[in-house]
Ligand binder design. Structure first.
Ligand SMILES: C[S@@+](CC[C@H](N)C(=O)[O-])C[C@H]1O[C@@H](n2cnc3c(N)ncnc32)[C@H](O)[C@@H]1O
Length: 270
């Protein structure tokens, strides 16, 4: 496929609100952690930054506040759910087919995109991003570990909740794999970045969520968007409904998927 294998492209029009909820839930689950990572690295006031596939996240806005005399660009193939910020240059952009909007970046942030690309395209994109860094510049790649099977901490019926999460784990994993997603990429990004000459440091993060909160709204919305693919992969419509109902139950407590944040620094020139 030449443009994208992104699983959530070309989803039916009646799933648009679930798609928006999915991106909002990702921001609600992960933005605090990503911001903490960025603050830890530090961003100069005149830094040049790009956030690739920004979705509904606030990362570009955070960077714009830190790089107040610099330049911040945010890209996505679909700008509908993206938040606007007066100091962020938001552009429609396909990372697979378009040249990067610039080069000599001090910081590049990419969260939850690369796993969706088939290996060859993923490696090409990663190399393109690493090449676009200034000496000493930082590439942040953040990805999930697929751990839905072990999510449930508390539920009205623990065994039933475990069964539903296991059914989702199997079907979602199969749907992702069928679309070209590499479920190991969350970990393997570290090796791939190191192989490009970056000095890589990896930090993990997870959170605890009750029914109706972002960590539960994410699988609730996702299951709504890709209902057909889940049923094709063996999850019954009744289980999808029961799973989605459970995810809104305030008695449910889950741990979110582990997110791995890989911070790769380009060598400084000697
Ligand atoms: C799983 S979402 C993650 C959004 C955001 N990075 C976050 O973590 O909250 C993936 C995003 O990648 C975008 N996307 C998919 N394929 C893309 C491509 N080929 N080029 C640029 N963006 C793409 C989608 O529109 C979506 O906003």
């Amino acid at each position: 496929m030449t443009t994208s294998t992104y699983l959530f492209h070309d989803t039916p029009p009646d799933t648009r609100s679930d798609n928006a909820t999915m991106l909002d839930a990702l921001a609600g689950m992960l933005d605090l952690f990503s911001r903490r990572q960025i603050r830890r690295i530090g961003v100069r006031a005149d830094a040049r930054c790009v956030v690739v596939a920004v979705g509904a996240s606030c990362i570009a806005a955070t960077l714009a506040e830190m790089a107040s005399h610099g330049e911040v660009t945010a890209t996505d193939i679909d700008l509908t759910p993206c938040r606007r910020h007066p100091h962020v240059n938001l552009i429609r952009h396909n990372i697979l087919t378009d040249p990067l909007p610039g080069d000599a970046y001090d910081l590049i942030h990419v969260r939850l995109l690369l796993a969706h690309l088939p290996a060859r395209q993923r490696n090409t994109v990663l190399a393109k991003l690493a090449r676009a860094l200034v000496p000493g510049g930082v590439l942040i790649i953040e990805e999930f570990e697929p751990t839905w099977r072990t999510s449930v901490l508390s539920a009205p019926d623990l065994d039933e909740a475990d069964r539903l999460f296991a059914a989702y784990h199997r079907a979602f994993g199969a749907a992702l794999t069928a679309a070209g997603n590499d479920l190991r990429w969350g970990r393997r990004a570290h090796h791939a970045m190191h192989a490009l000459g970056l000095q890589v440091e990896t930090t993990g993060h997870t959170g605890t969520w009750t029914g109706g909160q972002p960590g539960c709204l994410l699988p609730h919305a996702t299951a709504g968007v890709i209902r057909d693919r889940l049923t094709s992969a063996g999850m019954t419509p009744a289980d999808i409904e029961a799973f989605r109902e459970l995810l809104l139950d305030p008695m449910l407590v889950v741990k979110g998927n582990l997110v791995l944040s890989h911070i790769g620094r380009a060598p400084t020139s000697s």
